[in-house]
Design a protein around this ligand. Structure first.
Ligand SMILES: Cc1cc2nc3c(=O)[nH]c(=O)nc-3n(C[C@H](O)[C@H](O)[C@H](O)COP(=O)(O)OP(=O)(O)OC[C@H]3O[C@@H](n4cnc5c(N)ncnc54)[C@H](O)[C@@H]3O)c2cc1C
Length: 522
């Protein structure tokens, strides 16, 4: 995975690609994997880093969505549960089987949630991760020692998937390139090209790191730009009405001791009717989320004070130790690319808008896909490529992703090893450290992360900025924003050596990174 050689190849390429995918989040990467594994000539362009936008800011659940079941959206839940099963099977190094517990504080909750979650299990069929079971108060406390015990009557436990979103994105890039796709970060599509019949036939792209623009010709252009889809749609048809409405979701990261065990908690109905999770993740707990309608379409959304307060207050009601602002190690915000139905009754309530994806083709054959979930990225990709094949009369090639092992695939990984998220690459990183003992040095005392992982990220995972490394390769930003700011200079130095950059680049990187990371402090 060498960005520079991929770019050189793109710049000199005169041939026509079968697929040009715009956007390197879950959706675009899934499409690139699907197209490349079917044998189509595929290129993917990402304007920033892979998963920089929404795809690194999820709740980290691979789930059917208990909440959608509550709303009676059975088809959506069944589809997501099936996809949960495929993802767990194809990327076991990244997708864990996680127990969730709903604490019951009212007499009717235990039978109600036991029945509901049994339906959830049944909908998963053969792809289920385990049965839901009612629990006594004593059992609930044993599994979640820090759960609020006042008025606790018992609980219900169920299973869902839990993963590392940005790591999965990196592994999808690797999977796509291993099947012949050309996938690059920091290349922005600025214009669409059209042929004499008014059909989209290519893109103008801009290298955001080294400057310069180039043109690419393609049979199918796929717009998978998440919350930014309307920008690309406007390049095609300036008069089109917006398709997407962003809704902000905020999460807080706190120490694992706030739950006290390895199980997650789920609050089915918060004071304002939302669902809230407390999920163990990399020795921390993620608390969230919110659902706030916002107007700005940005790569770095910022949490609102009231969102942070809401999560602290809600979590505090269900935990014996009430988390305070000083306990928050990281605050991150993400924007849901909700596909809004045209005639929606109440435009201020984004949580009422469909979470299902939207796939549309324009008169000029631009194919746009948005909405959906990380969990359903594979089926979204399959549907997109199937539609493109029909629309452009491409030679029919069947989808191969249901049983495709994702890069890093490793059965029964040791989830206690800090390198487990690398799957089969774990051995390569350890080998690198053996060959060069400097690479085994820790980046910071309190964490296991080493110099070797930074070097690995540059050489094998296309990391080109300090933010790429600390936010989406080793994820320190999400575990402890303050610590990540402390190690930024060290990471910049390692990167400068590897990428042959000068001192001013190093300084500029530290400053840019620090500015970003400051916004992740509570
Ligand atoms: C708070 C929150 C929690 C969530 N939790 C979960 C969860 O637990 N489980 C789950 O399954 N799903 C979850 N989701 C949903 C899931 O994260 C999203 O559905 C998914 O990440 C969307 O991916 P995407 O690729 O469509 O969009 P994005 O990740 O936003 O990717 C779009 C990409 O397009 C790029 N781009 C834009 N314009 C251009 C251009 N002109 N040229 C090149 N590139 C461009 C952007 O830089 C961006 O990287 C959550 C979402 C949110 C917001």
């Amino acid at each position: 995975m060498n960005r520079e050689s991929y770019i050189a190849q793109l710049k000199s390429s005169k041939e026509e690609w079968d697929f040009i995918v715009v956007g390197g989040g879950a959706t675009g990467l899934g499409i690139a994997v699907d197209a490349a594994t079917r044998g189509y000539k595929t290129v993917l362009l990402e304007q920033s880093d892979f998963a920089k936008a929404t795809s690194s800011r999820s709740t980290k659940l691979v789930h059917g969505g208990v909440r959608y079941l509550q709303k009676g959206d059975v088809a959506l839940v069944r589809e997501a549960l099936r996809e949960r099963g495929y993802l767990r099977k194809n990327a076991p190094h990244l997708v864990k089987n996680q127990r969730f517990i709903i604490g019951n504080y009212l007499w009717w909750e235990k039978p109600f949630y036991t029945i509901g979650l049994t339906v959830y299990d049944l909908l998963a069929g053969k792809m289920g991760l385990g049965h839901s079971i009612p629990m006594s108060k004593k059992e609930v406390i044993k599994h979640v020692p820090e759960i609020e015990q006042k008025n606790l009557k018992g609980g219900v436990a169920y299973k869902d998937g839990q993963f590392d979103d940005a790591r999965l994105a990196v592994n999808l890039v690797q999977t796509a390139t291993e099947h012949g796709a050309n996938v690059v970060n920091y290349v922005k599509v600025t214009e669409l090209l059209k042929d004499a019949n008014g059909k989209v036939s290519g893109v103008v792209a801009q290298d955001e790191l080294n400057g310069g623009t180039f043109k690419l010709k393609g049979k199918c252009i796929i717009n998978a730009t998440g919350i930014f889809v309307d920008d690309i749609i406007k390049m095609d048809a300036p008069e089109e009405k917006p398709l997407v409405r962003p809704s902000q979701g905020v999460h807080l990261v706190v120490d694992k001791s706030f739950l006290g065990g390895d199980d997650a908690i789920m609050v089915p109905k918060t004071s304002d009717g939302r669902v809230m999770f407390g999920v163990p993740w990399h020795n921390r707990v993620i608390l969230g989320t919110t659902d706030t309608p916002v107007k700005d379409f940005v790569l770095e959304p910022k949490a609102l004070q009231e969102e942070v307060d809401f999560i602290l207050e809600t979590a505090g009601r269900y935990l014996t130790r009430k988390p305070q602002r000083k306990d928050v190690l990281c605050v991150f915000a993400g924007l849901r690319p909700l596909a809004a139905p045209q005639k929606h009754a109440d435009e201020t309530k984004t949580k009422e808008i469909s979470r299902s994806h939207k796939l549309i083709a324009s008169d000029s054959d631009l194919i746009t896909i948005t909405g959906g979930k990380w969990t359903t990225y594979r089926i979204m990709a399959e549907e997109t490529i199937d539609l493109a094949i029909k629309r452009k009369s491409l030679p029919l090639k069947p989808c191969k992703t249901k049983n495709l092992k994702i890069h890093g695939y490793r059965e029964n990984p040791d989830y206690n090893h800090w390198l487990y998220v690398y799957g089969s690459d774990q051995d390569e990183i350890l080998r690198l450290q053996k060959e060069n003992p400097d690479y085994a040095h820790k980046l910071i005392d309190d964490y296991d992360f080493t110099v070797g992982e930074v070097v690995w990220a540059i050489r094998n995972e296309m990391a080109r900025t300090v933010d790429d490394v600390l936010a989406r390769r080793v994820r320190v930003l999400y575990l402890d924003a303050k610590a990540s700011i402390e190690i930024a200079p060290k990471v910049a130095k390692i990167m400068a050596q590897e990428l042959r950059k000068d001192e001013s680049w190093e300084k500029e990187q530290v400053k840019t990174y620090t500015d970003i990371a400051q916004c992740y402090l509570a």
